[in-house]
Design a protein around this ligand. Structure first.
Ligand SMILES: Cc1cc2nc3c(=O)[nH]c(=O)nc-3n(C[C@H](O)[C@H](O)[C@H](O)COP(=O)(O)OP(=O)(O)OC[C@H]3O[C@@H](n4cnc5c(N)ncnc54)[C@H](O)[C@@H]3O)c2cc1C
Length: 462
């Protein structure tokens, strides 16, 4: 017998499966709250939550059940070249596609390219090539959407991300760049439901999972969404990461933060904190990776979606030494639906976006370490949890048959994540200069990339 909706939701939270996508808060009409946004950011399901709302939330919860193949078929109407969902613009004949196939790492691919915005200002402001911002601006300009669900920083609490519906180019541009701390984008669902006009939506993979589940369920909150855009996502961090960085500089009060940017300056950019005192703390992007094992949201370790597999358009960093050395900003971009491809090709034809050829093998190599984490590591970690009698998310597909050595390595990595996430480890970290830790993590990343360079497709199949 399936659990009652309240029990289901309580179970997701109790079992550590909550992704913090925000759907329960958004749909909970005040009965679901987040008591500690600068802490664990976990929702609290009020006993007063009416049964019908609880059911609606379960239908859109990305914590436990995310049947990727089913959701993908529904989102893209099953066959490459077609678009799904009632309310979407009428499908036009599919344009010539570049790949029209499903790749076990990349997901469904109709267009795959190395890309960057041809507007130097947007390219510089974006996290990588400024692709997502360029697409949103184009859609707004052409009247295909009237609003874009984006995540900027909260002017009132500048240390906190804030999701809102942007209706002007300025508001879209202000939301550019990645936010690497928890963003509960789907808390904006009521605003989306009230919005009059077509929307584009930008969300992390777990947030998009929730959105696609709600679309499948025909929920009115997502009826206006015409385009789904999404960054790649390796993981997200607790706000404690920022507190920790402050503490490493002898500062305790995060309310002294006046501005927080995660990818400031030339690509790959810097984590930069501006303080009320006028001081700034800056750490190169790759150095800031040292915060990951100490402050990662542990649910991210059970996520198998790096490349935002259910987004019409997905974008990541083009991590390859040749591009990293050049700076400026390079993205990898994937069009997964006919409407996504149409949009990217139109931007290319209008001279707004550069799309350069990229093979599947190159695209996988750029993120070999990320795929190792998500397409091997996550499945092994889920197996470890099953062996311990703990519940795991169900993504509707299973990968396995990895070499024994990979299981052994994962046991070590998992033990390290468990150890480094403890309070004493975090405290100890704050005694070490971030630049030392940063340099160490740059080396570790290089080794990991080198070690997974030959990541092979056949190892993904039992
Ligand atoms: C938490 C996180 C983890 C990531 N991990 C990886 C990774 O492992 N490998 C990789 O290649 N790329 C990763 N990315 C993606 C990368 O940082 C860029 O977002 C991506 O390359 C798109 O760049 P862009 O210049 O086209 O985007 P931009 O033009 O800068 O636009 C970014 C858009 O994303 C939205 N956005 C930013 N942060 C969030 C957020 N936290 N939640 C919801 N929406 C958000 C903004 O509203 C904006 O519209 C990650 C991004 C995030 C936010």
């Amino acid at each position: 017998m399936s659990p009652k909706p309240h029990e289901y939701l309580a179970g997701v939270i109790r079992d550590g499966l909550c992704t913090r996508c925000g759907a329960c808060v958004g749909l909970g009409a005040g009965h679901v709250t987040v008591p500690d946004r600068e802490g664990d950011h976990l929702p609290r399901i009020g006993a007063s939550l009416p049964e019908d709302l609880a059911r609606r939330i379960v239908a859109g919860c990305s914590g436990r059940e995310v049947p990727i193949p089913e959701l993908e078929a529904a989102a893209f109407s099953g066959s490459p070249g077609a678009d799904g969902y009632v309310g979407a613009p009428a499908p036009t004949p599919a344009p010539a596609t570049d790949a029209a196939a499903r790749d076990p790492y990349l997901g469904r691919v109709e267009l795959l390219a190395l890309a960057y915005s041809l507007d130097p200002d947007l390219r510089a402001r974006g996290a990588s090539g400024g692709i997502l911002t360029t697409v949103l601006l184009w859609l707004l300009e052409r009247g295909e959407i009237q609003g874009a669900v984006v995540t900027g920083m909260d002017p009132a609490r500048p240390w906190r991300p804030r999701t809102y519906i942007a209706t002007s180019p300025r508001e879209i541009i202000e939301a550019a760049q990645s936010k690497y701390v928890i963003t509960a984008v789907n808390e904006a669902l009521p605003e989306m439901e009230r919005f009059e006009g077509a929307l584009a939506y930008v969300g992390l993979p777990c947030q998009v999972h929730s959105l696609r589940k709600l679309q499948r369920a025909g929920d009115p909150a997502v009826r206006q969404v015409r385009y789904v855009l999404g960054p790649y996502c390796g993981n997200t961090l607790h706000f404690s990461s920022i507190r920790s960085l402050l503490a490493s500089h002898g500062l305790r009060d995060y309310r002294q933060i006046e501005s927080l940017r995660f990818r400031e300056g030339e690509w790959p950019g810097n984590l930069r904190l501006g303080l009320r005192s006028g001081a700034t703390i800056t750490l190169p992007k790759f150095h800031a990776n040292y915060l990951i094992p100490f402050h990662i949201v542990r649910r991210c370790l059970l996520c198998t979606d790096l490349a935002n597999e259910l987004a019409d358009i997905a974008g990541g960093d083009a991590w390859a030494p040749a591009y990293e050395e050049r700076g400026k900003g390079f993205s990898i971009v994937l069009g997964r639906s006919a409407r996504g491809v149409r949009c990217l090709r139109a931007l290319e034809a209008a001279g707004r976006l550069r799309l350069l050829p990229l093979t599947t093998a190159e695209a996988i190599r750029m993120h070999s370490h990320g795929y190792d984490l998500k397409k091997r590591g996550a499945f092994i970690r889920m197996q470890f949890r099953r062996w311990r009698g703990q519940s795991v998310p169900d993504y509707g597909y299973q990968l396995g048959g990895f070499p024994l050595a990979r299981y052994a390595l994962e046991a070590v990595i998992s033990a390290l994540f468990a150890l480094l996430g403890t309070r004493p480890a975090r405290r100890a970290l704050e005694c070490v200069p971030p630049t030392w830790m940063g340099r160490l993590f740059v080396r570790l990343r290089t080794l990991w990339k080198r070690g997974t360079r030959r990541i092979k497709l056949h190892e993904l199949h039992p």
